[in-house]
Design a protein around this ligand. Sequence first.
Ligand code: PMP
Length: 404
Amino acid sequence: MDTIYVDNNATTAIAPEVLAAMLPYFTDQYFNPSSMYDAARSPAEAIEQARQTIAHCLGGVDPDQFLFTGSATESNNAALFGTVQANPQRRQVITTAVEHPSVLEIGKELARRGLDVTFLPVDPNGELELETFIKALSSETLMISIMLANNETGICYPVAEMARIAKETDPRIIVHTDATQAIGKLEVNLATHLCHVDLFSFSGHKIHAPKGVGALFVRRGTRWRPFILGGHQERGRRAGTENVPYIVGLAKACELAVAGVGDEQIRVRRMRDRLQVTLEESIPAIEVNGKGARERLPNTLNLAFHGVEGEAILYELSRHGICASSGSACTSGSLAPSHVLQAMKVPFTAIHGSLRISLSRYTTETEIDRIIQVLPEIIANLRRLSPYWDDRNNCLALPDDPAG
Ligand code: PMP
C-alpha cells in the first residue's frame, strides 16, 4: 500500500534538489568553516552563499541580518528572550492565544518572570481583532510577536498591518513574527510589506529541507542580544560550529519554496478546495475550522466532525496508508483539545473530532481522490459506533438533546 502523506504542516519530505545540494558538505567538504587552511574556504563560502540566497528570496535585504539556528523553536526563543534581555526597561509583551507552543510557552514563562504578557484572543473564525490589539498597546510595550500563519488552521494574520500600527504608535516597539508556516505558501518580503518586522523566524523542515535547521532575521539596529553564547560563529550572534550541509539545504529549499508561491501554490489551493467542497457535500455534521477567515494557507484544511474522536479517525486513515494529524503534532501526544481550536470556541461536540490535512507540492490529484473515497466511509463507520450519533436522522443526539 502506498503512503499518502498529507501532514506537511508537521514536516515535509526532503526535496531531491535539496539533498543533492547538501551531499558534498557531508563528504568532501567536511571541514570546519572557521579553520584557517584553504580547504575550509569552500564550506565557509557555502554558508555566506546560503545567507545571500535566503536574503535574496525574502526581499533582497542585507544578508548579514540572517543568522542560522537549529530550528524555528530556537529562532523563536532567541527572538523573544534576546529582546527581553536587551530591553529591561520595558515590561509588556503582546502575542496571541493561537501561537505555536514555541512562542506560547515563552509567553507563559515571561509572565512567570513578572512581565506583563497579553495573549490576544481570536474570534470564532480564528481572526484577531485589530481594535483589541490597538487597545492593548501601551507605553510599556516592549515587543509584539504575531505568527504569519497558523500551523493548525492555516489562518493568516495581518502581521504587516499590525507591525505598521505598532511602529506608528511607538517606533521603539520591536516586532517579531513566526513565519515558519508562511514561507513557500505566501508572498513574504522583508523589504516591502514586512518592512516593519524586526525579527523573523523560520525552519527548514516545513519547506522540504531537513529537520534541525532554521534561521532568524534580525533587522539592523534592533535592540537584541544573542541567546547562545560561546564561539565567534555567526559574528558572535549564535555560537556553535555551523551545520554546513543543513544550512546549504535550507537555502536551496528556500529558493524552491519561494519560486513555487505562484503556480505551484495555485495548484495546491485547487486540490485543497476540491477536497474541502467534496467532503462538505458528502459528510453530514462537518465543520471547516477557519472557513470564515479572510485568508487561509492554500495547503491547509482543518476539519471537525461532530460525535467522533480525532484519534480514531487518524487510526483508520493510517490503516489506509493516509498520514494526517489531529490538532498539531506537538500536542497530539496528549488528549487535551488543541489550544487553537479552544481559542476559536469550536463546539465541545466537534473539538475532539478534529483532523488536519496539509498538502505539499508533491501531493497529487489521485491522492486527493483516495481521501475523498475513504474519509466519508470512515466517519460513517465511527459514528455508527458512537452512542451520541443518531444514525436514523444522521445527526448528533446528545442525551439531554430533545431530538435524542
Ligand atoms: N512555529 C510554527 C508555526 C510551526 O508550525 C512549527 C513547527 N510545527 C514551529 C514553530 C517549530 O519549528 P521547529 O520544529 O523547526 O522547531
